[in-house]
Write a protein that binds this ligand. Structure first.
Ligand SMILES: [Mg+2]
Length: 124
C-alpha cells in the first residue's frame, strides 16, 4: 500500500514514513495542503492519506474542505491531530475525514486504524 503523508514537520513526516516502512508500506510526502493538492493532481493512486491539522498555506481542515468541494480524491483520509475538541473532530469527519489519530501516536495505533478502514472498504 502507498500512503501520502501531509505534514509540515520534517521530523513527524520522517517518523511516520519510518513506521509505515516497518509495516511494509511505501509513502510520499507533501509539506502542506497546497502541496498535497499538487501531488494528488499528478498521482491519485494512494491507498491512504495521513493529514496533519496545523500547517501553513493550506491547513488540514482547509484541505478537507477543498477536497469536499472539488472532489479531488476519494482516498480515505486519516487526520493526525493534537486537536481534541469534539467540534473540531466533528467538522473534520463532516468534511470527509475517515478517521483521526491523536498525536503523539505509536505504530500500533496507525496499524489498527488502517486494518479497521481496510475491513470497511471490503464491506462497502
Ligand atoms: Mg503541523
Amino acid at each position: 500500500m502507498k500512503f501520502l503523508i501531509v505534514d509540515d514537520s520534517n521530523a513527524i513526516a520522517l517518523m511516520v514514513s519510518e513506521m509505515l516502512k516497518e509495516m511494509g508500506y511505501t509513502s510520499d510526502r507533501a509539506v502542506d495542503g497546497n502541496d498535497a493538492v499538487k501531488k494528488l493532481e499528478a498521482d491519485n493512486s494512494f491507498d491512504f492519506i495521513l493529514l496533519d491539522w496545523n500547517m501553513p498555506n493550506m491547513s488540514g481542515i482547509e484541505f478537507l474542505k477543498y477536497n469536499y468541494e472539488n472532489h479531488l480524491t476519494e482516498t480515505p483520509i486519516i487526520m493526525m491531530t493534537t486537536e481534541n475538541k469534539p467540534e473540531n473532530i466533528r467538522e473534520a469527519l463532516m468534511f470527509g475525514a475517515s478517521e483521526y489519530i491523536m498525536k503523539p501516536f505509536t505504530k500500533d495505533i496507525i496499524e489498527s486504524k488502517i486494518s479497521m478502514l481496510n475491513q470497511f472498504k471490503k464491506v462497502a
